[in-house]
Design a protein around this ligand. Structure first.
Ligand code: UFG
Length: 357
């Protein structure tokens, strides 16, 4: 029988790409989403790409414990990948209570249900934001976390700590993860720290669907190229970097999704060396904002309207990953080139245009 993975927030940008890769790797998937920041476009796309019309979809809010508990009762869950969270850095500064309430409560409920149903494997979607501003680059998993610069970043740090503590506390229930039994059991955990996920599935059937004005660079670029936005502002060209713009580690969304499959397999195949493990998921290759813009223009044969603007509050100068631990332990490595990724981003934007989105 195929192992079943619950993907909370599975109708969103990252969750939908992860669902595709899980299904293609032979796992069964249950998608749970409250649809607060997406519509059914990507879930429908997952069904089309995988040719599976029978993927269970549960419209629930993970902040409601009864609903989460019912999921674990209705389905035998072998692993959970938890995405269900708010993610806009700026909004989190304006509305911290909303962010702490949603991001912490949903994860606490997942963990509570996981341990109350015989134990489970839990993969938490964390972020490179936990490293903050550092001049020791690239960052490894041993690099010290810095105080969070936003409530959003703080929720990532706190959730990592909650997972670590839960894993430690529930280890008393023994080594065997025995899902489906109505008893307390051990939780094993992996936190994946993503760098900057970008791009879309090569089929252009799923991708990022930002609501309103995009906060992130690539959707802003593609929307500007599509004529939805007038001009891209590059925030700051006076940083101490080779071309003065910030450096980031842009990771292709399909590569990122594959890292989840590798991590889930490690848990389900009993290969974990520690009960709680952390991995950086990036390419190890720093790319500047300006480089990204000019590469986008080159690979898609477009000219982008852009201007330099003042720095954006809260941005770190540079951050990129040392991804060697993920390669060593998960057997995972980013495979797609930045050119392929930026082509896929544009193809998705064109698909949205064709479907009048
Ligand atoms: N940028 C622009 N113009 C824009 C948007 C972004 O110049 O219109 C620049 C930013 O200043 C930054 C770079 O593009 O230098 C990347 O910005 P993003 O907003 O795309 O990504 P961030 O690196 O700020 O943040 C991302 C995720 C966060 C996560 C963080 C961790 O969005 O969720 O990485 O490093 F916390």
């Amino acid at each position: 029988m195929a192992k079943r993975v619950l993907v909370s927030g599975g109708a969103g940008y990252i969750g939908s790409h992860v669902s595709v890769e899980l299904i293609q790797a032979g796992y069964d998937v249950v998608v749970a989403d409250n649809m607060s920041n997406c519509d059914m476009t990507c879930f429908e796309g997952v069904k089309k790409i995988t040719g599976r019309n029978d993927i269970p979809f549960e419209k629930i809010d993970c902040c409601d414990y009864e609903s989460v508990d019912k999921l674990f009762t209705d389905f035998r869950i072998d692993a959970v990948i938890h995405f269900a969270a708010f993610k806009a850095v700026g909004e989190s500064v304006a509305e911290p209570v909303k962010y702490y309430k949603n991001n912490l409560m949903s994860f606490l409920n997942i963990l509570d249900a996981a341990k109350s149903h015989g134990g489970c494997n839990v993969l938490f979607s964390s972020s490179a934001t936990v490293y903050g501003e550092t001049d020791k680059l690239p960052v490894t998993e041993q690099s010290e976390r810095q105080p969070a610069t936003s409530p959003y970043g703080n929720t990532k740090q706190i959730c990592e700590d909650i997972l670590r503590d839960t894993v430690k506390a529930t280890a008393v229930y023994g080594d065997e993860v025995m899902p489906g039994l109505d008893r307390q059991g051990p939780v094993k955990g992996i936190a994946l720290r993503y760098f900057n996920p970008i791009g879309a599935h090569p089929s252009a059937l799923i991708g990022e669907l930002p609501r309103g004005v995009p906060n992130n660079l690539v959707p802003y670029i593609t929307q500007t190229a599509a004529g939805k936005r007038e001009c891209l502002s590059i925030f700051g060209n006076d940083y101490p970097t080779p071309d003065g713009t910030c450096l980031r580690d842009y990771i292709d969304i399909v590569d990122l999704a594959k890292a989840h499959v590798a991590a889930v397999s490690r848990m389900l195949d009993g290969k974990m060396e520690e009960d709680y493990e952390i991995y950086n998921i990036g390419t190890g290759r720093p790319v500047s904002v300006l480089e990204l813009v000019t590469t986008f223009e080159k690979v898609n044969g477009l000219k982008l309207n852009y201007k330099f603007a003042p720095r954006r509050a809260g941005d770190v100068t540079a951050i990129w990953a040392d991804p060697s631990l993920a390669e060593k332990k998960l057997g995972w490595k980013a495979g797609r080139t930045i050119d392929q990724t930026l082509e896929s981003a544009w193809k998705w934007e064109c698909h949205l245009k064709e479907t009048s989105r």
